[in-house]
Design a binder for this molecule. Structure first.
Ligand code: HEC
Ligand code: HEC
Ligand code: HEC
Ligand code: HEC
Ligand code: HEC
Length: 369
């Protein structure tokens, strides 16, 4: 008997969604948290589903868990408010994403995030432990704050503010071959910044329509799809002119690599403006390619990183160009990215998706000599 109980306990703690897996829909928060809602609504957290995110869909469509096993394992992080998440995560069950199930379309909802009580560490990926009280939300204010609609829990403020709440999904995602597909380097702590302070900075506007707090934490989650302008201050670009060459320095002051997902490719474009002439210099590519037997491969097949030129956490990367600058020259640099490596866009059937094909300009700077 003992072992059975233990097993049951183990399962309930891994999935952490027994009987309490019922979340208020985000639209219910809109009435009183209008501004936070409108930011959230257009963010990738609200759109992390196969039906809303064509890039996610393209990979999911090809994943053997889809066609062969009919089980949306991605739901653990992409649709964690789904009412059948336990089935999505249980061997032998079948549970595919369903556009007609509103709990699937909630994606990473307000109530889900605000009920993450703690994080359980696991080697493959961490697990969010959800509080069992459906209408109580973890907040950040001092004790005594009240809402007519829900309870506010204030004894877990630090976990909300220091980014611990993010690492259930963002810490690591290790595939069956043991390869970490995506990691935000959570151990590389910074003293003055964390996931929340960088990605949810304070912006104008009250946190609720009931009191005027002046500012609130940005819920559009600045990132590689949207609002990257809010993060440019963490990446500095400078130029060092030498006699026969020059060096572009990229100083990544964030606690993780410039881009994290292996589909991404960052590019530094460099050109020199001399009088009326524009001289294009070779571009620099920053990428992490995953694969098997030395060849690029899909995430469920890959067992190693076959190439990694991505700019790392806190790295200052030097990009040298053997070009002799003259007085009066202007060097224009553009740092940006493709969300999907152009080499695989066609293979993934994403050639008509703007999000996958457009070059996203992150930072543009000019230096005159
Ligand atoms: C452990 C949590 C976790 C699981 C499980 C997970 N993902 Fe993700 N996924 C993430 C996070 C976090 C991001 C955002 C990473 C980033 O932007 O660097 C992401 C981003 C993505 C992206 C990029 C989307 C875009 O718009 O650029 C794709 C594609 C993707 N995931 C596919 C999948 C598929 C397919 C599965 C299931 C087979 C899956 N993921 C399972 C956490 C997870
Ligand atoms: C009827 C209005 C109303 C609705 C609906 C509502 N809230 Fe609130 N909420 C408030 C008020 C009032 C406060 C207290 C803050 C204030 O006075 O501005 C608050 C505070 C919070 C806090 C804590 C803020 C802090 O500073 O610590 C969180 C978290 C929160 N709400 C989440 C939600 C979520 C999630 C939903 C939807 C499921 C929701 N609220 C729906 C009125 C509402
Ligand atoms: C329940 C899992 C989960 C939690 C908790 C979570 N995220 Fe995410 N996050 C994701 C997934 C999945 C994606 C990718 C969605 C996609 O592209 O389809 C994502 C995407 C992002 C992005 C990329 C946005 C963009 O525009 O590209 C940022 C930034 C981000 N998350 C920051 C955070 C921060 C900060 C926290 C903590 C406050 C957090 N996340 C908590 C699952 C989660
Ligand atoms: C990915 C996780 C995540 C999601 C999704 C999310 N929040 Fe938050 N929320 C946070 C974190 C983390 C903080 C604390 C921010 C800080 O300390 O600066 C926060 C803060 C708040 C606050 C306190 C006021 C403030 O701005 O600091 C309110 C109110 C709130 N959220 C409501 C909502 C509502 C309503 C939604 C949906 C429309 C939502 N949240 C979606 C993580 C999330
Ligand atoms: C010092 C600021 C800083 C801190 C701390 C930080 N980030 Fe970032 N993050 C950035 C910058 C800069 C980028 C790259 C620009 C962009 O994506 O817009 C980025 C990009 C991302 C992306 C998108 C990557 C991709 O490939 O699409 C995700 C997801 C993300 N961060 C999550 C996190 C999480 C989770 C944490 C905490 C563990 C965190 N970040 C801590 C600054 C920071």
């Amino acid at each position: 008997m003992k072992t059975i109980y233990l097993l049951l306990f183990l399962f309930s703690s891994i999935f952490a969604n027994d009987a309490v897996h019922d979340f208020a829909p985000s639209s219910e928060c809109k009435e009183c948290h209008a501004q936070i809602y409108s930011e959230f609504y257009t963010s990738m957290h609200a759109n992390a589903t196969p039906s809303q995110d064509p890039i996610h869909k393209a990979i999911w469509d090809r994943d053997p868990m889809n066609k062969k096993f009919n089980r949306y394992v991605c739901g653990k992080c992409h649709t964690p408010a789904a009412d059948n998440l336990d089935k999505m995560l249980t061997n032998g069950e079948k549970a595919l994403p369903d556009v007609n199930n509103p709990t699937h379309q909630e994606a990473i909802s307000c109530a889900y995030c605000h009920r993450i009580q703690s994080i359980e560490k696991h080697p493959q990926s961490n697990t969010n432990i959800i509080s069992k009280t459906p209408n109580s939300y973890y907040g950040t204010s001092k004790q005594g704050l009240e809402s007519p609609y829900h309870k506010i829990i204030t004894d877990n403020n630090e976990h909300m503010q220091n980014g611990n709440i993010c690492i259930g999904c963002h810490s690591h995602n290790v595939n069956k071959a043991g390869l970490n597909l995506c990691s935000s380097n959570v151990n590389d702590e910074m003293s003055d910044a964390n996931c929340v302070s960088c990605h949810m900075p304070k912006v104008k506007g009250s946190k609720s329509s009931i009191s005027d707090t002046g500012t609130h934490s940005f819920h559009g989650f600045a990132g590689s799809h949207f609002h990257s302008d809010m993060l440019t201050k963490y990446v500095d670009i400078s130029i060092l002119r030498n006699i026969d060459n020059f060096i572009v320095n990229i100083d990544n002051r964030s606690s993780h690599a410039l881009l994290l997902h292996p589909l991404r490719v960052a590019i530094l474009k460099i050109s020199v403006q001399r009088a009326n002439e524009t001289i294009k210099l070779p571009k620099e590519v920053f990428v992490r390619v995953i694969g098997k037997d030395g060849k690029p491969a899909m995430p469920w097949i890959a067992d190693s990183t076959i190439k990694d030129t991505m700019i790392k956490a806190n790295e200052k990367r030097e990009v040298k160009r053997d070009f002799k600058l003259q007085n009066g020259d202007r060097v224009d640099v553009v740092l940006g990215w493709f969300l999907v490596n152009p080499k695989v866009v066609k293979k993934l059937g994403l050639e008509n998706e703007k999000a996958a094909t457009e070059f996203h300009v992150f930072k543009k700077q000019s230096f005159t000599f």
